[in-house]
Design a protein around this ligand. Structure first.
Ligand code: OSB
Ligand code: MG
Length: 376
């Protein structure tokens, strides 16, 4: 069991190396909530860190960074405090203790991650060993934002391939779909290629989206709205490109529904979106039992979560390359030792816990708000 002494909630604003444009926004910096938990495990003092996947604005999902700080302080930490007074708190029970709070999965995931990091550091156990992962590296894919022109897109993709990325994901939206995909496919006939629409289409666009079938894509990710499971199933029947869900899968229960409906041949498991690494594992297990491929998605993670994503992606059902790129894909300066791409792969960390202790100077340089909350 773990006893929390206090929690520090920080909002950081970290510049991106290049603007990242999706169908829902253009980001020039990542606003990220970092959770630092000061706790005791079996009497020993430990510090655990977690990162919240929520963006600055509620445009990818309904969560947003400052809202995550608020719900954590008002509603999540009091429930963990109550649990620890009964000496019933551990990373593995966080989900149960927070179940009465509806949604807010990214905020919950950050807390669970921080506690798990603390517990594993206290035990001297790596996250990979905790999961039973034996792979020591995972293939690295890159998510390519919407560009101003097709020549520019070709250059950006060529740059990533030169760095060794093993799979390219192109963000698409109405007006930026068939032609950019055609251009990249013509330049690179054999590169593993997939697209992500971030819910920018409707079923009325089915005939148009079918034109993507010509480009031998690994998958199409989340073409329709988050709550359109049935319509994804219908679109899946109309296309030969495998259907992959991101936004729609928020839990193992929604993954089960998607699989049963035929709405997902592939699932993007994004640990923050589904409420943490433990729920991610359950979705992995469910999907694997159904013969549904999974891969690890990302939310522009800093070093507080990038290595944990790599460890998760070492599980055997992760048969497609994830959005687990090098730190340098997004950041000139990361919060921890940067993750690097080596021969197209990212190493699965072997240090204890989920992340390295972040560099205090980097945290201070990027910090915009800080709240210290006693938990007793
Ligand atoms: O849809 O996968 C997505 C980033 C922010 C929000 C949603 C998505 C993304 C990405 C980037 O595609 C993934 C990454 O972290 O590399
Ligand atoms: Mg996506």
């Amino acid at each position: 069991m773990i006893q929390i002494d206090h929690v520090t909630l920080r909002e950081l604003r970290i510049p991106l190396v290049t603007p990242f444009t999706t169908s829902f926004s253009t980001q020039t910096a990542r606003t990220v909530v970092a959770v630092e938990v000061a706790a005791r495990v079996d009497g020993a003092e430990v510090t655990g860190w977690g990162e919240c996947g929520a963006l600055a604005e509620p445009v990818y999902s309904e969560e947003y960074a400052s809202g995550a700080v608020d719900v954590t302080e008002r509603f999540l930490l009091p429930r963990l405090a109550q649990a620890q007074r009964a000496d019933a708190l551990s990373a593995e029970t966080v989900g149960t203790h927070l179940e009465a709070v509806v949604g807010h999965r990214m905020a919950k995931a950050a807390l669970e991650s921080a506690l798990l990091d603390g517990q594993l550091k206290a035990a001297g156990t790596s996250f990979a060993d905790y999961l039973g992962v034996t792979r020591d590296r995972v293939p690295s894919g890159v998510s390519v934002g919407i560009q101003d022109s097709i020549p520019r897109l070709r250059d950006v993709v060529q740059g990533y391939l030169d760095e060794g990325y093993r799979r390219i994901k192109l963000k698409i939206q109405p007006g930026w779909d068939v032609e950019p995909v055609r251009a990249v496919r013509e330049a690179h006939p054999d590169v593993p290629l997939q697209v992500d629409a971030n819910a920018a289409y409707t079923l009325v666009d089915a005939a148009h989206l079918r034109r993507l079938d010509a480009f031998d894509l690994l998958l199409i990710e989340q073409p329709l709205a988050e709550d359109d499971l049935r319509q994804h199933a219908e679109l899946a029947r109309a296309m030969s490109t495998p259907m992959c869900l991101d936004e729609s899968v928020v839990s193992v229960a929604s993954a089960a529904d998607a699989i049963a409906l035929g709405a997902a041949a592939v699932i993007n498991i994004k640990p923050s979106r589904v409420g943490g690494y433990l729920e991610s594992r359950r979705i992995h297990d469910l999907a694997r039992a159904h013969g549904v491929a999974v891969w690890c998605g990302g939310m522009l993670e800093t070093g507080l979560a990038r290595g944990a994503n790599a460890a998760l992606a070492g599980l055997p059902g992760f048969t497609l390359p994830g959005d687990i790129s090098a730190s340098s894909r997004f950041y000139d300066r990361d919060l921890t030792t940067p993750y690097v791409i080596d021969d197209g792969h990212i190493a699965v960390p072997s240090f204890p816990g989920l992340c390295e202790e972040p560099d205090g100077d980097a945290v201070a340089a990027f910090q915009t708000t800080e709240r210290v909350i006693d938990v007793e």
